[in-house]
Design a protein around this ligand. Structure first.
Ligand code: ZN
Ligand code: ZN
Length: 310
């Protein structure tokens, strides 16, 4: 009779899912830290996303000066949240503000997303500052505007090798459209999110191989797209750069299950509309790796970079 009882419970669970009851959080084969999680309005809203998609911890991306709000989240949910600070780097005083943020306990600088060149004076000051403070710095690289007036961010990624040479003590974390589109050697800034097979030997792949100071977060539609577009490419790419990559979502959905708006009304990213980016990317990663490698990418590496106890 135990078999029948088990079968009965299975049927009840399936019926619950089919009738659209709140979907259960997925169980990943390792605890997960989401390294690219923009802080939400209330402590509860932050935890709701993590709980909904089965994520253990998150790195809150905040504006410098948000230290009280960060502490409120950390007090409400102990051991679940660490944080980075960012600011408008085109304004005077950015270095002092970010220095104070690190002194207040932030683990890194970012994400930096400004309408400047990747090798321009504003970002150069930040690269030097990150080295001096000995913290990672997370950059949003984007060459193709998603909407008419959006503009570009940290433009000129094709020239980034010179920066990696010039700032060997800076730990750069790349992210966003241009960073991930350049995994393919045929990318020429023609669109935000290219699809189809990846031409081997792309700039991002090469820089990750050649420069010990370059790392990446796999967040957002950009990261998900790069890992999804060519299943023959992904497992080896993840293996090759296993010491350089961390999981992040950059998801905007409310519940960790695709509710609300996942990718900030970005029309170019509608392949993920109605979905939770964290769930989607964790699924791709789990499918493309061994359990040991998955644990490294979604948990262990981030602990190493943030110098957190494992
Ligand atoms: Zn970004
Ligand atoms: Zn989500």
């Amino acid at each position: 009779m135990t078999i029948n009882r088990r079968r009965f419970l299975g049927t009840v669970a399936a019926a619950g899912a089919a009738s659209g009851l709140r979907a259960q959080a997925p169980q990943w084969s390792s605890p997960v830290i989401d390294m690219h999680f923009h802080m939400r309005g209330t402590p509860e809203a932050n935890a709701a996303h993590l709980d909904g998609c089965g994520v253990t911890m998150a790195n809150l991306l905040t504006q410098a000066g948000a230290v009280d709000r960060v502490r409120a989240v950390q007090e409400r949910y102990p051991k679940r949240f660490v944080w980075y600070g960012s600011t408008d780097i085109t304004k005077p005083g950015a270095e002092a503000l970010l220095t104070q943020t690190i002194k207040n306990g932030a683990g890194g600088i970012g994400e930096l997303k400004s309408h400047v060149e990747a090798d321009g004076p504003e970002l150069r000051r930040m690269y030097a500052l990150a080295a001096e403070l000995d913290v990672p710095i997370l950059i949003h690289f984007q060459e193709v505007p998603h909407t008419e007036n959006e503009g570009t961010f940290a433009s000129g990624f094709k020239r980034f090798e010179a920066i990696l040479k010039e700032y060997p003590r800076t730990r750069f974390f790349g992210h966003a459209d241009a960073f991930w589109a350049n995994v393919s050697a045929d990318y020429a800034n023609q669109e935000a999110y290219p699809s189809g097979p990846i031409k081997r030997g792309g700039l991002t792949d090469k820089l990750l191989s050649d420069y010990p100071n370059l790392f990446a977060d796999m967040s957002a539609n950009s990261g998900n797209n790069a890992l999804s577009r060519d299943p023959d490419f992904t497992p080896d790419f993840l293996k090759r750069h296993q010491d350089k990559l961390v999981f992040g979502s950059d998801c905007g959905c409310t519940d960790g299950n695709g509710g609300g708006v996942a990718q900030a009304n970005n029309p170019a990213a509608n392949r993920l509309s109605g979905k939770c980016v964290a769930r989607e990317t964790l699924s791709v990663l789990q499918k493309s790796t061994s359990p040991a490698l998955f644990a490294k990418l979604v948990w262990e590496n981030a602990h190493k970079f943030l110098r957190l106890p494992a």
